[in-house]
Design a protein around this ligand. Structure first.
Ligand code: AMP
Ligand code: GLY
Length: 427
């Protein structure tokens, strides 16, 4: 099969790496890709918002299957354009992508299907939002309804902070994404990422992961897209995974199908594991970044076959195998991230770092300039290692990072700390 992969981050490099191992693959294209993906795929410039241009490229290059990495093209309806043209693909329709595109949509679905989640209200103006706030306890969470690149959420510890967040949303801090506001009860517990392939009727659980959202060691500083991750998430015991499937994922799949908008693709549930069990914080309609880097490192089965089975609606006859080892990835970011990252600095030593056993380096934001690899984004590299324990995978990842010569970058030094501490305590 000729496959077109949409996206150019670390998630897409990990997907390209897994797709490349498939015996079903003839040729892989990536749009736009990056310097790492270019080792595995033909990288092409394609405006994915221009559906006609994407369809022309597909016809000219005899593409048989399209994999959509990021959420924005899905929320914009790229999958619908592919369906209309009869092109097989991995990724949900515009209607089903509302599970990520509108937080209020997902909260209402949870209410309808009885899915455990934080209590909430939806508001179209600041006055009604503030009136609701006055009746609630703090801490409380204020969210822009739409896609805000991970920036539209404020966990407010005081009422004044919550009011400021409400005002900022309605004043246009997140553009159209903030035209509606969701106010949520603050959930206490430990967060985990849960992934399931869904073919419209059947959901197949993938592996679990945990990421580190804060930029600084000890989970301090501003939120980011994720500074590192590991898989499996120790808190996701077999019982917790079964509850997540029964109480959250399966009711979602059933409700979306009953509404006539079946979900096909990967459902990424951001969970809070509370004293009462798993509760849904949010859905994403795509793979996580950097969680995919650790999932793909552990996946033994053929990713492309799994994606085709998802698209064909035959997941009830499908199974996946995973390595028992732990995978851990550390994000190397350009100085300035998550604010304004410095672009164009040179990265050396990648070959030496990549030759550490059981280490894979995924590029997240790089470009090639002749023989040189240059930083070209906020999150730039994902150094990913396998190990018999979290501590071993962590040690391997940092051993590889020590060989990378990049004065323009930085990373956290404690990725996996919670799981390493658990291992030390033997729990
Ligand atoms: P989201 O973009 O909805 O995943 O929110 C970003 C982060 O905000 C989450 O990963 C949580 O750390 C935090 N968060 C969001 N909603 C809640 C909630 N209801 N209770 C506690 N923390 C939350
Ligand atoms: N790492 C979180 C996300 O991909 O949204």
């Amino acid at each position: 099969m000729n496959v077109l992969l949409i996206g150019g981050g670390g998630r897409e490099h990990a997907l390209a790496w897994a797709l490349s191992a498939s015996p079903l693959l003839t040729k892989l294209y990536a749009a736009p890709g990056n310097a790492g993906i270019a080792e595995l795929a033909a990288c092409v410039a394609l405006n994915t918002a221009d559906h006609a241009a994407v369809l022309r490229f597909i016809a000219e290059n005899r593409i048989n299957f399209v994999v959509v990495g990021p959420e924005a093209p899905l929320v914009a309806g790229l999958a619908d354009a592919l369906t209309a043209a009869g092109i097989k693909h991995f990724g949900p329709s515009k209607a089903a992508a509302q599970l990520e595109g509108s937080k209020g949509f997902t909260k209402d679905l949870c209410r309808e299907a009885g899915i455990p989640t934080a209590a909430y209200g939806r508001f179209n103006d600041a006055d009604s939002a503030k009136a609701y706030l006055a009746s609630q306890a703090v801490p409380i969470v204020v969210k822009a309804d739409g896609l805000a690149a991970g920036k539209g959420v404020v966990v407010a510890t005081t009422r004044a902070e919550a009011e400021a967040a409400i005002e900022a949303c309605f004043a246009g801090a997140f553009g159209a994404a903030g035209a509606e506001v969701v106010i949520e009860e603050f959930l206490e517990g430990e967060e985990a990422s849960f992934f399931a392939l869904c073919d419209g009727k059947t959901a197949l659980a993938l592996a679990t992961a945990q990421d580190h959202k804060r930029v600084g060691d000890g989970d301090t500083g501003p939120n980011t897209g994720g500074m590192g991750a590991y898989s499996p998430a120790p808190i996701m015991t077999p019982d917790m995974c079964a509850r997540t499937m029964d109480e959250i994922i399966n009711p979602t799949v059933r409700t979306m199908a009953a509404r006539g908008t079946p979900f096909k693709g990967v459902l990424f549930a951001g969970l809070m594991i509370t004293a009462q069990g798993p509760k849904l914080i949010e859905y994403n309609v795509r793979f996580g970044d950097p969680e995919t880097q650790v999932l793909m490192t552990r996946l033994q089965s053929d990713l492309l076959a799994a994606m085709v089975a998802t698209s064909d609606g035959v997941l009830d006859h499908f199974d996946l195998r995973w390595r028992n080892e732990v995978a851990l990835t550390v994000v190397l970011a350009a100085k300035g991230y998550p604010g304004t990252p410095e672009k164009g600095t040179e990265i050396r030593g990648l070959d030496a770092a990549g030759s550490v056993p059981d280490v894979e380096i995924f590029h997240a934001g790089t470009r090639r300039d002749g023989e040189r690899i240059l930083a070209d984004g906020g999150r730039v590299l994902n150094v990913t290692a396998l190990g018999a324990s979290v501590a071993e995978a962590q040690a391997r990842a940092y051993e590889a990072i020590a060989k990378i010569d990049w004065p323009g970058g930085f990373c956290r030094h404690d990725i996996g700390w919670r799981a390493v501490a658990r291992e030390k305590q033997g729990v």
